[in-house]
Design a protein around this ligand. Structure first.
Ligand code: GLN
Length: 194
């Protein structure tokens, strides 16, 4: 079985655990560097990206994640996790891992529609729309050529892939559809087969 780590410093990590367990994964909650040992993939959940960034600096947890990413550890960031993964954050110097060559805009959908749900077409996940829950979500403003766009909402990039890393602006752990997590696990399996 695959062992997937979930960064559990703060935020929506329990729902990701349940999603992964329903797909037959062993789950390891990650709070300190040693918790990263032996995992085959890592999820960085939604929450509050500045708080998460501060906690990632404790005991150099973030530095260890960066080293593992350079060795092709598959990583999936959702919402605040997308912000933490990105290289550039519009108007902010908050801590980030800087692993994905993207520029994100935080809280990007405005105050009135801070949180909403919509159906997204995601060709990489096959037929049928994916219900996507956005909560004070970021979006990706710019991507480098090595980043693939998996989904857009109103011309804003909300799901992207770079090598073994994916990032979604929405929260796939909050719906019953498991295709996004399955897609991440297919990346984990490809990496394990190498
Ligand atoms: N607005 C949050 C941030 O900027 C992200 C919101 C979320 O993860 N649901 O960190």
């Amino acid at each position: 079985t695959r062992k997937i780590g979930i960064l559990a410093l703060q935020g929506a990590f329990r729902e990701h655990s349940q999603a992964l367990e329903s797909l037959g994964c062993e789950v390891a909650e990650v709070r300190k560097p040693g918790d990263l040992d032996g995992i085959n993939g890592l999820i960085i959940p939604g929450g509050e990206s500045t708080t998460m960034g501060k906690l990632l600096q404790v005991d150099d947890l973030g530095e260890k994640i960066k080293r593992l990413a350079k060795n092709n550890l598959p990583i999936f960031g959702t919402c605040a996790g997308m912000i933490v993964l990105s290289k550039n954050i519009e108007g902010s110097d908050q801590y980030r891992l800087g692993l994905m060559d993207v520029t994100v805009q935080r809280n990007a959908f405005g105050r009135q529609i801070a949180s909403f749900e919509t159906d997204l077409e995601i060709p990489a996940l096959g037929q049928g729309p994916v219900r996507a829950v956005f909560i004070r979500a970021p979006y990706i403003k710019n991507v480098a050529p090595n980043v693939g766009i998996l989904a857009e909402y109103e011309k804003k990039i909300v799901f992207a892939r770079q090598g073994n890393m994916i990032a979604s602006a929405f929260h796939p752990e909050l719906t019953k559809d498991r295709r996004v997590h399955q897609y991440f696990l297919s990346i984990v399996d490809e990496q394990l087969a190498k």
